[in-house]
Design a protein around this ligand. Structure first.
Ligand SMILES: *Cc1c(COP(=O)(O)O)cnc(C)c1O
Length: 431
């Protein structure tokens, strides 16, 4: 049995000073009934905890580490930049380099502004959409996550209420009424809201590929119909590509599915493991931002040269010819090695994968919607997670988070994972 003594000691100290011991709730491991691991360091596709245990890491910092931990070109870029300084609160050339890279990969992004997190990106994009259209309401989809700004922590209302209810304490009813909640992969749910609130909706925001209820893919025609419908009604379409950007394809899910949104939010990968976010899109919309226009948005550390140097080094690696073919190959290899194990338990499981993102759902029959995802057996997942951790496989500590593959994973990692799954599924499913 792996021992977690030092992690447990640290967690005991942390809980005295940090609410729940963590700075982001999922890290607390509550839904898998454990106390969290404290990570000491990472190398390639592996992490090591403070007790000296090694794991194959399938979290990849929730997406950014597409090239693995401590990737040398990213480390070197940070080290070089660090020699010059860390922050000036003034213009620096890295900002332009980053803007050039982002706009070259995303044709829909004509202008871009850098921020420090995905939350800031979505929050600012929505403010801009409201300022641009002069309308107050937004539509989001149940199960999509857009960070923790008030407008997004809203869930579908019950019964006849079509407006949202706060999904967290501390959000005013006045905020909640401006967020309408639709059903992913259900165009009619959006049309219904647009008809009920004509000329009131500023924007529809969604993860084009849903990555925050586990992985759920858009059904054929859903995104293109949504694009047509929003265009027809003068409603802006905002793609939150904080996960799918630079992962679904170099140009995100919008490239993969051939859709042009009005605004796009980016995060995670573009920081190469440091805190960076960005939002951008149509020039005529972006020009409404201060100091050009009347939508205020700012940040002391925005465009931070150290963080951008990491992101730029990362994006340069991704621009390599053939990179995304290799990434898809990683995904295919992973799937081909674990598929026979999953198939043995197909009466209990569904598996979704797109490129380097995947989710094993403890629910049979396929998962195509938020409602189906919610039917997953989270107790079985928790048992599965705990055994996998003992076998040295570090999965997301929640059924509703994606597995993030990286280029640093090897065939041997995947083979070890498949072996461990045989034991863990046997235990989780009580055969
Ligand atoms: C992680 C995430 C965010 C929030 O990003 P933070 O950097 O955690 O603020 C927003 N949207 C999506 C789709 C995400 O996955």
């Amino acid at each position: 049995m792996r021992q977690f003594d030092k992690s447990q000691e640290l967690f005991a100290r942390a809980t005295k000073l940090i609410p729940g011991g963590v700075n982001s709730p999922v890290r607390a491991f509550r839904s898998v009934g454990l106390s969290p691991l404290y990570i000491d360091h990472g190398v390639g596709g592996h992490v090591f905890d403070v007790d000296g245990n090694e794991y194959i890491d399938y979290i990849s910092s929730w997406g950014p580490l597409l090239l693995g931990h401590a990737y040398p070109p990213v480390q070197q870029a940070i080290a070089e930049e660090l020699k010059r300084g860390t922050s000036y609160g003034a213009c620096n050339a890295r900002e332009i380099e980053m803007a050039e890279l982002i706009t070259s990969f995303f044709p829909s992004i004509e202008m871009v502004r850098m921020v420090n997190s995905g939350t800031e990106a979505t929050m600012s994009a929505v403010r801009l959409a409201r300022g641009f259209t002069g309308r107050n309401k937004i539509i989001k989809f149940e199960g999509c996550y857009h960070g923790h700004a008030d407008s997004f922590l809203i869930q579908a209302g019950s019964g006849l209420a079509t407006y949202g209810q706060a999904g967290s304490a501390g959000i005013t009813p006045e905020t909640a009424v401006d967020t309408l909640v639709a059903t992913y992969n259900d165009l009619e749910s959006v049309r219904h809201l647009l008809e009920r609130y004509p000329n009131e909706v500023a924007a529809v925001i969604l993860e084009p590929v849903m990555g925050n209820m586990g992985l759920i893919l858009p059904e054929e025609g859903f995104l293109s119909s949504l694009r047509a419908l929003t265009q027809e009604r003068g409603v802006l379409l905002i793609f939150d590509e904080v996960i799918s950007g630079f992962r679904a394809a170099r140009g995100g899910a919008q490239e993969l599915y051939g859709i042009t949104p009005d605004l796009t939010c980016l995060g995670k990968i573009i920081g190469g493991g440091l805190p960076v976010g960005a939002f951008g899109g149509r020039r005529d919309i972006m020009q409404h931002l201060a100091p050009l226009g009347d939508v205020y948005q700012a940040g002391t550390l925005s465009g931070n040269p150290l963080a951008l140097s990491a992101g730029i080094a990362m994006l340069r690696e991704l621009s390599r010819e053939g990179f995304y073919e290799q990434l898809e190959e990683q995904g295919r290899l992973f799937e081909s090695l674990i598929r026979p194990v999953i198939d043995r338990y197909s009466e209990h499981l569904s598996f979704n994968r797109s490129g380097s993102l995947a989710t094993l759902f403890f629910r049979p029959g396929g998962v195509h919607s938020n409602a189906e995802a919610k039917q997953a057996n989270t107790e079985q997942y928790a048992r599965f997670f705990r055994r996998m951790l003992q076998e040295g496989i570090y999965l997301p500590p929640s059924q509703f988070e994606c597995i993030f593959l990286s280029m640093a994973h090897s065939r041997e990692d995947y083979e070890r994972t498949a072996q461990a799954m045989i034991l863990a599924l046997e235990e989780a499913l009580g055969h």
